[in-house]
Every structure is written in C-alpha cells, then in structure tokens.
Ligand binder design. Sequence first.
Ligand code: SAM
Length: 271
Amino acid sequence: MNSLARLLREIPHPSGDALESGVDVIGDIAIVRYDPLRDMRAIGKKIIELLKNVRAVYGQEGGIEGEFRLRRLRHLAGEQGTVTVHRENGCQFRLDVARCYFSPRLSTERLRIAEMARDGEQILNMFAGVGVYSITVAKKREVHVESCELSRTAFEFHLENNSLNKVATRVNAVNDDAANLPSILKEKFDRILMPLPSNSDKFLGAALALAKEGAVIHYYRHVSAENLAEAKGVLDDELAPILPHRSETKVRKVREVGKRYLELAADIKLP
Ligand SMILES: C[S@@+](CC[C@H](N)C(=O)[O-])C[C@H]1O[C@@H](n2cnc3c(N)ncnc32)[C@H](O)[C@@H]1O
C-alpha cells in the first residue's frame, strides 16, 4: 500500500468503501469522489491535514463527461482555485483541473509510450489535452510531435506547457477537430496516439489516412467486459473490419474505469 492510501485509511467512512481508490492528487489539488451520504467537508479537511502538499480539495460528482472529458467539481476544503502545476516523469504540466482533462493515474502509460518511441520519429497525438503524452515523449526522445486538441482551454495550456518544458521547437499544437487532420497535415507519421478511449473508434479512418507504412497506432478504448480475455475479443471484433491487415496488435489493460469496464491500450502495427 502506498503512503497516500495508508493516510487515507485514517479517514472514517461509514459505508466501509475504500475511499483511497477514489482520490487523485493533481499538483497541489486533491480530488475525491463526491458521496452525498458522507460528510464530504470533513473528509476534505482531513485530506488537507494529512497531505501536506495539498492546498485545495474538490469533490467530483459523476464521471468524466462530455466532448472535452471534464470532471464536475465541488469545492470541499482549503483554498479556492482549480489551476495547478503537476510534475511527473521529469515534466511539468500547468492545467485547470475543472476545465481540462488530466489523470495522474496514466503517468506510467505516458512513460511506456515515450520509451517505445525512437529518435527521428514523426509522431501524431490526435487528442492531446494539455500536452501530456506529446511533451513526455518529446522530452525523452529526439522526435517531432504534431498535437491536436479540440478544446481551446486545453490547447492554450498545451502551448504554455510546451514552453514550460522547453519543447516548443519539437512539439506543434493545433486547436482543431482530429477528424479534420487529414486535410490539415501534409506529412505522414511513424507513430499515432489516440488517447480518447470513449470514442477513438470514430477517428480510426483519419489515423489510417495519416499513417506511414509500418506505423504504430496506440489505440485506447473503453470496453465493457468481465475480464481482459473477453475485452480483447471485443476489441478484436471492433478492429477486424477496419484493419483486416494489421500485422501485430498487442493489447494490455491500462486500468479499470468502472464496474465491468476496462480501459485497453492496443499497440497496432500496420503492415
Ligand atoms: C481523454 S482526454 C486525453 C487528453 C490527454 N491525452 C491526456 O491523456 O491527458 C481526450 C482529449 O481529447 C479532446 N478531444 C475530444 N474530441 C476531440 C476531437 N474531435 N478532436 C481533437 N481533440 C478532441 C478532449 O478535449 C480531451 O482533451
């Protein structure tokens, strides 16, 4: 058990559910699942007491929602204000936790992708958010990254984060719909990232139009299934009609995102 989980076990919770599984610390802001049956303000205060680097606690109502994949937040304790700087994998990301998508739970996945990339690659990130995957890979490898993000707010933080991490000459961000990328971009890519698991399937056509021969597509998807084997089958059925000739697809579970819901990462190698 990590120290955060150990500290959070001290917080009383009448239902007996594990509170620690619902807490994200992003920079100096903690986000805990909002449970109307609990004294959420007391929980907020306790988190501030226990976690010395946290200055604000918010409760998240519901899931990650809408086109921009946002959290609905209620202030519980500490300072007001949802802008913070999160540090991971030697990078810094400034963002507004209420107006941009960000999950600290994906830092290992970001590092995994960055380590798979090779110097000299042209990389496309179709759903860039505040630039987390793009900047992590550009810090680690000598690559050129094109990043696309539909939300104006997340896009502006992405530009700021490019400068903050000194990768602005290697990462170019556009504020557009990823569906338009085939008509915007002239070049093709060695590696394409599709971190929009809720509906990345709608954009596979655009990704294929921009992929070089032998390119790798990192395809993220939420799949409803009891276990990984069943989830792999569902994903395979989804990909077969669109990509009948993919030469190799490695599928792994990134995390559980709900009851009977898994987030999968498929590394698809094109022929
Ligand atoms: C699940 S988030 C991932 C963001 C980032 N890659 C990360 O891991 O933090 C998906 C992002 O895609 C953006 N998005 C949604 N639809 C899009 C579209 N059609 N074109 C480009 N970006 C889109 C959302 O605003 C959101 O920032």
